[in-house]
Design a protein around this ligand. Structure first.
Ligand code: ADP
Ligand code: F6P
Length: 322
């Protein structure tokens, strides 16, 4: 049974990710092409509560597909975690005639979308996070750009590390997820990869590894450390004290969240934005868009939030072997 959607709202929430603009553009242009009005909500759920709402036209999203960040801005909003905040959000939607909402963000943002759906606003989530930690999807907007940005930066650190025959601890983003560290660990040929899902906190193993490699004539030793493990500076100090090898820490930080999105992020984000509009128009609500086995699909939000994604054992073991 198709629901008649007249106006779709779009917001970005949680950590920004390169490619979010491509998704916003696709939402706006797909909806308008199908005769639906679009409103952009600034600064995530906070902007919804503050009624920072703007009319979107095809031209509002011109010349943004190549830009990092999100033109709508993003925020984390504690008020929206409360029932009062959520009810106020649903009221604001109704007041502005928003009967469908596309929420681009991570699983925290999905929880917010689920609450809006329960209060009668048709919602669809789109996976926007550099961390790749959305269990129902093999792709998340921004991961491809972030790993390429980190990989290029790590190549540069590796050059200077080799020249000085130093050891380097390089920290990449990922508070709960080690995907960026794992992918860069392979792509940058790191000697050690530390990820929150697997690390046993046995620093002596790393120290032994460094000493062994030095004996074998290796001039550098790159340790990719995920943010979830952190403490890269003190780790570097301890490694230097134990091995006698000069060791430096580099924390890549927010540079990984910015920059022009890769072709993959522009393309997939565009498809996901369009898909989100299409399923809203089919009468679906409380869904999230995902990429699975080569196709764009959608899941119930509750089902998606209950899914679990593990680091692939074979890939992790292979990464360590290489
Ligand atoms: P991400 O979407 O990247 O996972 P967060 O976990 O910070 O980022 O969530 C983004 C925002 O989504 C939060 O600031 C809050 O406004 C909203 N949110 C998160 N969890 C909930 C929840 N359980 N109920 C309602 N809103 C939530
Ligand atoms: O979720 C993306 C991410 O960059 C994580 O890797 C990181 O832990 C977190 O966001 C940092 O968020 P904030 O913007 O709150 O510092």
């Amino acid at each position: 049974m198709e629901k008649e959607i007249k106006t779709i709202g779009v917001l970005t929430s949680g950590g920004d990710a390169p490619g979010m603009n491509a998704a916003i553009r696709a939402v706006v242009r797909t909806a308008i092409a199908k005769g639906i009005k679009v409103k952009g909500i600034k600064k995530g759920y906070q902007g919804l509560l503050n009624e920072e709402i703007i009319d979107m036209a095809p031209k509002s999203v011109s010349d943004i597909i190549q830009r990092g960040g999100t033109i709508l801005g993003t925020a984390r909003c504690m008020e929206f975690m409360t029932l009062e905040g959520q009810q106020q959000g649903a009221e604001v939607c109704k007041k502005h005639g928003i009967d469908g909402m596309v929420v681009i963000g991570g699983d925290g943002s999905y929880r917010g979308a689920q609450k809006l759906a329960r209060l009668g606003i048709n919602t669809v989530g789109v996976p926007g996070t550099i961390d790749l930690d959305i269990a129902c999807s093999e792709y998340t907007i921004g991961f491809d750009t972030a790993v390429n940005t980190a990989m290029n930066a790590i190549d540069k650190v590796k050059d200077t590390s080799s020249s000085h025959e130093r050891c380097s601890v390089i920290e990449v983003m990922g508070r709960n997820a080690g995907y960026i560290a794992l992918w860069c660990g392979v792509a940058n040929g790191a000697e050690d990869i530390l990820i929150p899902e697997k690390y046993d906190y046995n620093e002596q193993n790393i120290i032994n590894n460094i000493i062994e490699n030095r004996k074998r004539g290796k001039t550098h030793h790159i340790i990719i450390n995920a943010e979830g493990i952190g403490h890269s500076t003190s780790m570097a100090r301890r490694i230097e004290a134990a091995t006698g090898i000069e060791t430096r820490a580099t924390i890549l930080g927010y540079m990984q969240r910015g920059g022009s999105p890769t072709c993959k992020d522009r393309y997939y984000a565009s498809m996901m934005g369009a898909y989100a509009v299409d399923i809203l128009l089919q009468g679906k609500s409380n869904r999230v868009v995902a990429f699975k086995k080569g196709e764009f699909v959608d899941y119930d939000i509750e089902e998606a939030l209950n899914m679990h994604k593990d680091i692939n054992e074979y890939q992790y073991n292979t990464a360590r072997l290489l």
